[in-house]
Write a protein that binds this ligand. Structure first.
Ligand SMILES: *Cc1c(COP(=O)(O)O)cnc(C)c1O
Length: 383
């Protein structure tokens, strides 16, 4: 394994250290006794232009809770991209709902608006765009569709901390958004998640549901709604407050490096980087994604192995969700894999020829970005 000296991830300094000590010395380590989770929620909501934020155990639970607040339950349908991390569909399926996979745009890898429109039916309760790699899905097109159909959006913003669309932040679209703080994400406490809300009412409902249906001040075990325990602990929140304080600076670095990498990759014969919609005017770049259409399947897998051996943090992309066992266990639509694949040609193709590089690639120097592109060019040429 060679080393090109890219920065490590996660990153931390005295801010995380101080936060952990502060949480420790409060003497109360859960949110109902301490102040770190409350403070983090205020800071995170404000940062995204949302009315409220609720911190939770992880991004999968965040999606599940958000869908519950929208009233999604058994028999309802939720439109999800066919190309995403499995939590997008699993969250709906855990609630007894049916996840309806819809194709993505071949340039941005985000939910295709026309395909979404075609998938909306009488049982559709929510549309879940995923902001792939940090680029917001077409919020103009999806917003119009949501207004016209009356079906709410829930943004899976697990990749999109700090992202903007035409100057608007994730919390400024009037819809619920869900975030992840898992170890590889743009800010992290190892695990963790958050949901942002456009209004107090849905926040209050989510608060109840994330705390076993129990009001904050309850002392008599009056559980008002169903729910579960999705509460974040004080240590994680203290770390996340420190991580949030570093996010803007990291996004600025990645926004400087990303166009350089995309240009260099685009010059390599056979390599096609993820396109950028000009309306996505701030992208935090959770991943640097590209396709190698001439090297699909096993040749793509071998290419990723070569990149990893040469010190590039490369991975194969998500698998179209209907090509996993998980998808079919419960809450799958009444269709075969082949039928879904036929409806989702772009997700099919990207599953086979897509590669992503972890965002620490874009936190290095411009020289390192050039080195990464050289390695990709050599590896593709040798494939
Ligand atoms: C990471 C991720 C999630 C889930 O987050 P966890 O915190 O790992 O549960 C959901 N959706 C997408 C698109 C993700 O990448």
């Amino acid at each position: 394994m060679s080393d090109i000296g890219l920065p490590e991830w996660p990153q931390y300094d005295e801010r995380e250290r101080a936060g952990l000590i502060r949480a420790l010395e409060q003497g109360q380590w859960w949110r109902l006794g301490g102040g770190e989770v409350d403070a983090f929620e205020r800071e995170f909501a404000e940062y995204h232009g949302a009315e409220h934020a609720l911190a939770v155990t992880n991004g999968t639970h965040a999606l599940e809770l958000a869908l519950q607040v929208l009233g999604v339950g058994p028999g309802d349908e939720v439109v999800v991209p066919a190309f995403t991390f499995i939590s997008s569909s699993q969250a709906a399926q855990r609630l007894g709902a049916v996840a309806v996979p819809v194709d993505i745009d071949p340039e941005t890898y985000c939910l295709d608006v026309a395909a979404t429109e075609a998938a909306i039916g009488p049982r559709t309760k929510a549309i879940m765009p995923v902001h792939m790699a940090g680029q917001l899905a077409d919020m103009d097109g999806l917003g119009k569709l949501s207004d016209a159909s009356g079906v709410p959006l829930i943004q899976d913003a697990a990749h999109a901390h700090g992202a903007r669309w035409n100057g608007r932040r994730v919390g400024e679209f009037g819809s619920i958004a869900s975030f992840s703080f898992q170890n590889g994400k743009l800010m992290t406490a190892g695990e963790g998640g958050a949901v942002t809300f456009p209004d107090r009412e849905s926040y209050e409902e989510a608060f109840l549901r994330h705390s076993c249906g129990r009001p904050r001040e309850d002392r008599g075990y009056w559980h008002r709604t169903s729910g579960s325990n999705f509460r974040l602990n004080e240590f994680s929140a203290a770390v996340l407050r420190a991580q949030l304080s570093r996010l803007d600076e990291q996004i600025e670095t990645r926004e400087r490096r990303a166009p350089v990498l995309a240009r260099l990759l685009g010059e390599i014969p056979g390599v096609v980087p993820q396109g950028r919609d000009p309306r996505a005017d701030r992208v935090p770049h959770y991943m640097a994604m590209f396709r190698v259409p001439g090297l699909a399947g096993e040749r793509r897998d071998a290419l990723v192995d070569t990149l990893v051996a040469r010190g590039v943090p490369a991975f194969v992309v998500f698998r179209a969700i209907y090509r996993t066992n998980a998808f079919w266990e419960t809450g799958a639509p009444d269709a075969t894999v082949e039928e879904l694949a036929a409806r989702c040609p772009n997700a099919e193709a990207i599953t086979d020829d897509g590669i992503w590089l972890h965002h620490r690639t874009l936190l290095g120097t411009e020289e390192q970005v050039h080195r990464v592109a050289e390695i990709v060019a050599e590896a593709v040429a040798a494939s």
